[in-house]
Design a protein around this ligand. Structure first.
Ligand code: COA
Ligand code: AMP
Length: 622
């Protein structure tokens, strides 16, 4: 086994050599000759001029290389009672046919396809079909509502939308078509077609001319070949929450992404070709994109697509059942999911009877891993628990313990050490490095390694403004934290208005926009407060316009947020208050409010306009 420090040092002192070597893990149509293009810094591109096809690397390469009959994808769906395995050959054939169907609908290289679906194999098939054609997919998480979907449709301007007729939540069917229709009414852009996967639990009513069923779309479609694209061409856009209501279109390229994810699967997650990996996330999030779909398939491993919950489908043993049944060697989930299991089954009684001897490692990410959950999971499963820190923008871990490189000791509360290519710094307001033990903003020195966003979709200016302007030459992660004396990083939370609820990244700004649009609301503030299960939970405070009627207002506001942003926003409480605490320049003191709610001793800024307003709010916040 190599040594972490040596590996990391090489990635920093000779990044081009490091990633040139890593690029041999991928099949190229035109192999890279140049590794990094810095001619348009601060926008960097990896492997300029090289050509490949990501779908070829994820499927055809393994079919041709002797893995045709190996399971590629296991769909395990306790909500429908179905478990179905797709071999690499079968998945490749289905993807080729659906790519042919998209092509028949006019989708070609560079066109966008929005995918609004549930945790079904067709979602993976649609993503890979886009990759096969060189088209750009943009998956929208099923828990998002009409407004969020409309914003993504208007930004990505898809030629086709692929949607499921419904999603299945525990004991409930959620029709997606009404959300799709509402989004299309709100959006300025109209796709040429919508392809609807008719699920028997609630089929959709198709609109003639616009909609066709998945079955009709694929009937008679000619399988499509893999279209070579530039390494620097976009593979997908994944929208993520920023501080404003307008989501950010994170772009992922083809070449850097394939190289980085292929490297990460073996070297960080310790998974070898032929083994079974399970990321219990949702394909609508970056964890799902990277570690349900692309990394395991690029590696020739078997991936599990789980359409269920940690609890309630049917019980708190569901995760152990899946891991045992499919002989998962390494699994990945969010700390919230484990807290949900622990709440129902603190002693792990549901573990009994399941043979988890194949399981070697448990990876956790998506939110801060509290030491209690870290210890509980490690003690229960008897395997190392690996916290890893990253974000939609980076696509793969910034900090982790790279299990395929070296078995470094882990420390509770820390996602361990920087991964190759990431020059992680903790800085003060002036941009100077702070010593170990001192908190600051976590930034990444440019260039970011392959796999990270090269820019935002058709908005270089916003990319530079949002991420690169605060500390010149560095990417601002939006997280605060510190290093310890051993070089272990501790990530302490967002320093902006992004919140993390049950591992879901949400924008308080987007919720505020919905609340502020209500005719009775004069102004409002949404903050994320500590929650023992979900990490954070949103709370809203509204000030009414003079003479406005507050009766029925809370239910109305909660309903609006649910319909427009989606149930995933999980806003459960709105308080009507007389005024919001502000600075003299009119900025609402959200950080101070959050500090009071979380019981941390956040000092009240000297610039506060009227301390009495904050004092009036204190009892509500505590
Ligand atoms: N489609 C439609 N609705 C969805 C949805 C989807 N894909 N995902 C979530 N929702 C809905 C839920 O049904 C729920 O609706 P409700 O308010 O009517 O009950 C709401 O959105 C909030 O969902 P959630 O945040 O998941 O809370 P929960 O109380 O239903 O479940 C957990 C709690 C802990 C079990 C769940 O949040 C969980 O499994 N978290 C793990 C998160 C994770 O894997 N994150 C990925 C990053 S790695
Ligand atoms: P997302 O883009 O949805 O993956 O969310 C990214 C954000 O989640 C990060 O900026 C962090 O705030 C938080 N996050 C993810 N993983 C971790 C982790 N291991 N520890 C602490 N915070 C995390």
């Amino acid at each position: 086994m190599a040594d972490y420090r040596q590996t990391y040092q090489r990635s920093i002192s000779d990044p081009e050599g490091f990633w040139r070597d890593a690029a041999t893990g991928v099949s190229w149509h035109v192999p890279p000759t140049r590794i990094l293009d810095d001619s348009e810094a601060p926008i960097f591109r990896w492997f300029p001029g090289a050509e490949l096809n990501t779908c070829y690397n994820a499927l055809d390469r393994h079919v041709d290389g002797g893995r045709a009959e190996q399971p590629a994808l296991i769909h395990d769906s306790p909500v429908t009672g179905v478990t179905r395995t797709y071999s690499y050959r079968e998945l490749r054939d289905r993807v080729a046919v659906f790519a042919g169907a998209l092509r028949r609908l006019g989708v070609a290289r560079g066109d966008r396809v929005v995918i609004y679906m549930a945790m079904v194999p067709e979602t993976v098939i649609a993503m890979l079909a886009c990759a096969r054609l060189g088209a750009v997919h943009s998956v929208v998480f099923g828990g998002f509502g009409a407004r969020e979907l409309a914003a993504r449709i208007d930004d990505a301007r898809p030629k086709v939308i692929v949607a499921a007729s419904c999603g299945l939540e525990t004991g409930r069917v959620i029709a997606y078509q009404p959300m799709l229709d509402a989004a299309l009414r709100q959006a300025a852009h109209s796709p040429d077609h919508c392809v609807l996967l008719q699920r028997p639990e609630q089929p959709a009513t198709l609109r003639p001319g616009r909609d066709l069923s998945w079955a009709d779309a694929v009937a008679g479609a000619q399988p499509a070949e893999c279209v070579p694209v530039l390494a620097t061409d976009p593979l997908y856009i994944l929208y993520t929450s920023g501080t404003t209501g307008r989501p950010k279109g994170v772009v992922r390229d083809n070449g850097g992404h394939a190289v980085a994810l292929r490297w990460s699967m073996g070297n960080i997650f310790g998974v070898r070709p032929g083994e079974v990996f399970w990321a219990a996330s949702d394909v609508g999030w970056v964890v799902g994109h990277s570690y349900i779909v692309y990394a395991p398939l690029l590696t020739g491993a078997t991936t599990v697509l789980y359409e269920g919950r940690p609890v309630g489908t049917p019980d708190a043993g569901a995760f152990w059942r899946v891991a045992a049944q499919h002989r998962v060697v390494s699994m990945f989930t969010a700390p919230t999911a484990l807290r949900a299991i622990r709440r129902e089954d603190p002693d792990g009684k549901h573990l009994h009877g399941y043979d988890l001897r194949a399981l070697r490692l448990l990876f956790l990410a998506g939110e801060r891993l509290d030491p209690q959950t870290y210890h509980w999971a490690g003690d229960l499963l008897g395997v190392p628990v690996i916290d890893n820190w990253w974000q939609t923008e980076t696509g793969w871990p910034i900090a982790a313990s790279p299990r395929g490189v070296e078995e470094l000791p882990t420390k509770p509360g820390s996602p361990s050490v920087p991964m190759p290519g990431y020059r992680v710094r903790v800085v003060d307001e002036s941009g100077a490095d702070v010593p170990p033990g001192v908190e600051g903003a976590i930034v990444l020195e440019l260039p970011l390694p392959p796999g990270c966003l090269p820019t935002l979709w058709r908005d270089d200016e916003r990319y530079v403004r949002s991420y690169l302007c605060t500390h010149q030459g560095n990417y601002l992660t939006g997280d605060g934290g510190r290093f310890d004396a051993d070089g272990y990083l501790y990530v302490l939370g967002r320093t902006d208005d992004v919140i993390n609820v049950a591992g879901h990244r949400l924008s308080t700004g987007a919720m505020e926009e919905v609340l502020a649009a209500h005719p009775a609301v004069a102004e409002c503030a949404v903050i994320g407060v500590h929650d023992p299960l979900t990490g954070q939970a949103p709370r809203a405070f509204v000030v009414l316009k003079a003479g406005a009627d507050a009766s029925g207002l809370e239910a109305d506001l909660l309903g609006r947020v649910r319909a427009q942003i989606g149930p995933v926003a999980a806003l459960r409480r709105v308080d009507v208050v007389a005024a919001l605490p502000k600075t003299r320049s009119g900025k609402i003191l959200r950080g101070t409010m959050r500090g009071i709610a979380d019981g941390t001793d956040t000092p009240v800024p000297s610039t506060i306009e009227d301390p009495a307003v904050l004092e009036a709010l204190r009892p509500l916040l505590r």
